[in-house]
Design a protein around this ligand. Sequence first.
Ligand SMILES: Nc1ncnc2c1ncn2[C@@H]1O[C@H](COP(=O)(O)OP(=O)(O)O)[C@@H](O)[C@H]1O
Ligand SMILES: [Mg+2]
Length: 610
Amino acid sequence: MGTFRRLLGFLRPYRRLWAISFVLALLAVGVTVVSPALIGHGIDRIRDGDEGGLQQVAIAIALLGLGRLGLTVGRRLVAGRVSLGVEQDLRERLYGHLQVLDMGFFDRWQTGQLMSRATVDLSAVRFFLGYGLVFVVQSLLTVVLAAIAMTIQQPLLTLACLLPAPLIVWVGHAYGVRGRPAQQDAQQAVAEVTAAAEESISGIRVVKAFAAEERREAAFSSAVDHAFDKQLRAVRIDASFQPVVQFLPQISLAIVLLVGGRMVVSDTITVGQFTAFFVYVLMLVQPLRSLGVMLGLGQRATASGARLFQVLDREPAIVAPPADRLRTLPADAPGRALGAIEFDDVTLRYPEQDTPALQDVSVRIAAGERVAIVGQTGSGKTALVQLLPRLYDPVAGRVLIDGVDVRDLDPTALRHEIAIIDDDPFLFTASVAENIAYAAPGASREEIEQAARRARADGFVRELPDGYDTVVGERGLTLSGGQRQRLAIARALLAGPERAAADGATSTRGPRILVLDDATSNVDASTEQEITTGLREVMRGRTTLVIAHRLSTVLLADRVVVLHHGRVADVGTHAELVERSELYREIVTYGMADQVFLTREERPTEVQEA
Ligand SMILES: Nc1ncnc2c1ncn2[C@@H]1O[C@H](COP(=O)(O)OP(=O)(O)O)[C@@H](O)[C@H]1O
Ligand SMILES: [Mg+2]
């Protein structure tokens, strides 16, 4: 019930519209309920041979019909407006909330679960709030008013012919609860078939290369079978619902005929009154059925609402500090380097993971320093750099930037100062220029091109069909891994607040800390050479952390941090480490020579034998 009341809260901005649609519904109900009585009245005029009276009744019925038409159109327009408004509000609330939630939340929730909340659940709620609720009220009123009108005339007959009414409501309700979901399940299953087909086609290279056609086909046909079953179930429910709902009123009609007919014969009621009853019964079928269906839908909307609130009620774990703790990063000053980092005894545990990804990590990095982070796959390299922009918070210890605990900074301001480029940079479906300017929407074309030149991207961009206006990304031109990385580096260069350059005359942009996570891991050696040249320039004047899989990248760094199973194994210059760290020598020899992803355990002697 709590959920239902909260859902009603979404109607608050539309109180007026909702009231209008309610009043329109009420008037329509009034008109509807009067009609059968008028028809009965007309029939008695026939009996009396009263032509003038008959004409009046006919005109009245036509006018009422017209009035009802207008009222219904009006109500549907207004209710549609409310429904769409509620949908829009809900979508924006949900989307906005998803944007502020932390990475830990997204680790735990599957994309599919979130998508189904954003689609199926959302539409269940908005349909019920927009249309369903008015319908429930309208149907209920129709039934009650008609029952009153009928009872006034013939209590006994009314009781007799309304006997099957609860049954109709009940069947409708069952349909609302089960029929609709069955249809949605069926739709979902069909969507899964589409997804399976799509995956087979996009993954066709792998499928063919591993001769897995048969397995794929088996998987696909099981998806098809599943969809078939779900659809069949929906058809079954549908197949019995309509006929049953049509059958029940027949019972009422039979009762009216039997009981009412006798009353006419014995002159207790007129033929007109008898007809009015007959029409009432016919007229009540639809509202009774709607009432049931809508109550069922209401029940589902409440369940959907509860699922929406599960997401909406989730508090973001990473938030701005309270105002009294809020600090800002020290600003630029001539001659002062920015971007000092200190990991102070940091332990990080991902949600629902037993072993910490990082354990008691302490590393100090001076402003402007270039540090390479090396370690085997899973040693915590990515985990470490994700702490800087607070994608995750450590469970113990502190992360300081220029002496300020990152938790005392406004997260937005903090993130403007750190750019992370990972090994698989995401490009949005937009032009190259827009993708580069993603972190700085106000950037001029000149700034964009300059950033591209510094990232060594300008050359290939100019060769694209539309140069900087070429649309790339999911639905655009596909770029190679190396090209995407260079765009990502250009993007990073534009991130961050505008600040005066060292000479004080020109302004530059760019975050004070740049992180390259495997950023050159999937490009060929010559491209890497180019990027490396670009990197040298990019690294100037800012602190850079490079998670390196190649010796050439490591050699760009002043110092190297070696991670092992979430702990710092050693820190030093390349030369020092080669000298004293066996682990480092191993990583350099086996893990880097040709950037293989060998783990320490898997680095076996049979490689040499082979
Ligand atoms: N989002 C996550 N949720 C849970 N565990 C994670 C997550 N990301 C990484 N891990 C785990 O944390 C450890 C460190 O991972 P990571 O920092 O990505 O290693 P790498 O050194 O290869 O970058 C690994 O054991 C990994 O399985
Ligand atoms: Mg990693």
